[in-house]
Design a protein around this ligand. Structure first.
Ligand code: SAH
Length: 215
């Protein structure tokens, strides 16, 4: 099967659970195979995560669609992504928002992602290397924040970078299994919703996990 046919089939399948047509349209236009290492390209349109090197993964398409849908983007937003990884989720966000600020702690992954995103012609993506503080406070406040790595709890540093009314989506749980949580920042008590179970690599940092000695 060629990539275009495989992509159409995947998006059709996602459409049984994902209702935001803009998210599905964005994903229909992005060649996921270019974000996947060459030996796994034949699996690019299976609904599974895939290794991208350095013990990291490109997320499962369904989870990417679910998280993006939860951000309720309309095209005017400034979005922060933590964990550029392959850059695929970054591209999905760039299709749906005005500006995407994305942060990654492994320079080799940023470099590969940057090349693919540049080659595809994205001009509304700012890439940064992670610092001690989670996220990218210089660009705050953000209308939406997406964390694509799992944390033990929602890091206060990130909530502080979210605009009033803004949405933050983050996997929260143990190192091995998490619950996808959506926070909506409100003046008094933030709204918290659970979007279902998931399994992400660890978010590394002061208010998240320590880097594991054994990977
Ligand atoms: N959205 C990516 C997911 C990559 S996996 C994709 O679909 O390809 C999660 C990524 O988060 C990894 O690349 C990891 O290096 C990165 N990461 C972990 N902790 C981080 C931190 N504190 N700041 C920025 N990136 C981080």
């Amino acid at each position: 099967m060629d990539f275009t046919t495989a992509r159409t089939r995947l998006i059709d399948n996602l459409g049984s659970e994902i209702t935001d047509k803009r998210v599905l349209a964005a994903m229909s236009g992005i060649p996921r195979e270019l974000f996947v290492p060459v030996p796994s390209r034949h699996l690019a349109y299976e609904d599974i995560p895939l290794p991208i090197g350095l013990e990291q993964t490109i997320s499962q398409p369904f989870i990417i669609a679910l998280m993006t849908q939860a951000l309720a983007l309309t095209g005017v937003e400034t979005v922060l992504e933590i964990g550029t990884g392959s850059g695929y989720q970054t591209a999905v966000l760039a299709e749906l928002a005005r500006l995407v600020v994305t942060v990654e702690r492994l320079p080799a992954l940023s470099a590969t992602a940057r090349k693919v995103l540049d080659d595809l012609g994205y001009r509304n993506i700012e890439m940064h290397s992670a610092t001690e503080t989670l996220g990218w406070p210089d660009g705050a406040p953000y209308h939406a924040i997406l964390v694509t790595a799992g944390a033990p709890r929602v890091p206060p540093d990130l909530l502080a970078q979210l605009a009033l009314g803004g949405r933050l989506v983050i996997p929260v749980g143990t190192r091995h299994v998490q619950e996808l949580q959506k926070f909506t920042r409100r003046e008094k008590k933030n709204l918290v919703e659970n979007l279902g179970g998931c399994r992400f690599v660890s978010l590394i940092g002061k208010s998240a996990w320590e880097e594991a000695k054994n990977g």
